[in-house]
Design a protein around this ligand. Structure first.
Ligand code: UDP
Ligand code: MG
Length: 318
């Protein structure tokens, strides 16, 4: 099998058919291709639409992994990687924001440059509000300072990877998956290709501002221990300053004496350090909680059903 196309979908009932028509048109010339839909617990008619596609294109290799509930795009991508057979594997959104023609470009690049293992598309111009763009920029700056893994700004999940890289990703067993980090952490050579992001065809993006913040924090905690170390640094700083202050007070007592005052200062300091301690207990708690979940080793997704065109023979031919 030459190329596997992974298509995670969550509530894309209106997009899935036009998106797939576009794929069929684009990949007419490519032989040995398998399409893998991952229905990530959609609550609308997405599955029905996929079944229609399977019926219509019965001569093509199409599979649909139907999740038992919504596990998130990260899990959907992992399921796709684990169930793919291609020498090259592409990941694409099903809302036509990413045009399939770029997959051909990426594939072409990889075939002509065997020293590269993957191509990742990045948005030249972001199609979003200035505030979101600003926060994303800050996130990349921040995480690149905190983490030893290097994060490429604006790189998307819209990628084509070779089999070696896919196998390495499958070997990353963590439950909290932050694919931007995983793609960078495993190494390999990635080429970054600009692309033009389109408007979502129908429906709404599943990302809210709050979800983005949560996602960013997840990335930082997954790929850096810096927040834990921060407690040591701040603790050390306050320890040193309290020693200096202590010396100052002793000298003051011995020379001019101390009047009883400083009530406000004491209250402020208690609140300040009480607050700081709570924050750091929270941070430690976050890491411990994650360790607890990781130790449980629960599956990252559950496939309820698999639907496919009956073209297993296409695997044998190749
Ligand atoms: N998606 C998914 N599971 C989710 C959320 C989204 O599989 O829980 C899919 C969605 O159907 C789409 C892709 O991931 O194909 C990107 O989602 P979306 O368009 O909402 O994100 P954006 O393009 O705004 O980053
Ligand atoms: Mg989208």
């Amino acid at each position: 099998m030459k190329l596997s196309i992974l298509m995670p979908c969550y509530n894309e009932e209106k997009n899935i058919a036009p998106f797939f028509e576009e794929c069929i048109k684009t990949f007419k010339q490519v032989k040995n291709i398998e399409y893998i839909f991952i229905n990530d617990g959609s609550t609308d008619n997405t599955l029905k639409e996929i079944k229609k596609i399977i019926k219509k294109y019965n001569n093509t290799l199409i599979k649909c992994l139907d999740f038992s509930r919504n596990f998130g795009k990260e899990s959907a991508m992992l399921a796709g990687f684990e169930n793919s057979n291609g020498d090259f594997v592409a990941v694409i959104d099903t809302d036509l924001q990413q045009h399939p023609k770029y997959i051909l470009k990426m594939l072409n690049f990889l075939e002509n440059n065997p020293n590269y293992d993957s191509v990742s598309c990045y948005q030249e111009k972001r199609r979003e509000s200035k505030i979101i763009s600003f926060f994303k920029k800050m996130f990349y700056k921040f995480i690149n300072i905190l983490s030893e893994t290097n994060f490429k700004e604006n790189a998307s999940d819209f990628r084509v990877l070779n089999r070696k890289m896919v196998n390495s990703i499958i070997n990353m067993k963590e439950y909290f998956r932050f694919s931007k980090g995983i793609f960078s952490w495993i190494g390999f050579n990635t080429y970054y290709m600009p692309y033009k992001v389109e408007k979502r065809l129908h429906g709404k993006s599943s990302w809210s501002f709050f979800k983005l913040i949560k996602y960013a924090l997840n990335g930082i905690i997954s790929f850096s221990l810096a927040p834990l170390k921060l407690a040591i640094y701040i603790g050390f700083l306050s320890f040193i300053s309290s020693i200096i202050y202590l010396i100052f007070i002793i000298i003051q007592k011995l020379t001019i004496g101390i009047e009883i005052s400083g009530y406000a200062t004491i209250v402020c300091l208690i609140l300040l350090f009480g607050g700081l301690q709570m924050i750091f207990i929270g941070i430690i708690g976050e890491y411990i909680g994650r360790t607890y979940i990781e130790v449980k080793d629960r599956p990252k997704y559950i496939i309820k059903d698999i639907y496919s065109t009956n073209r297993g023979d296409l695997y044998e031919e190749n």
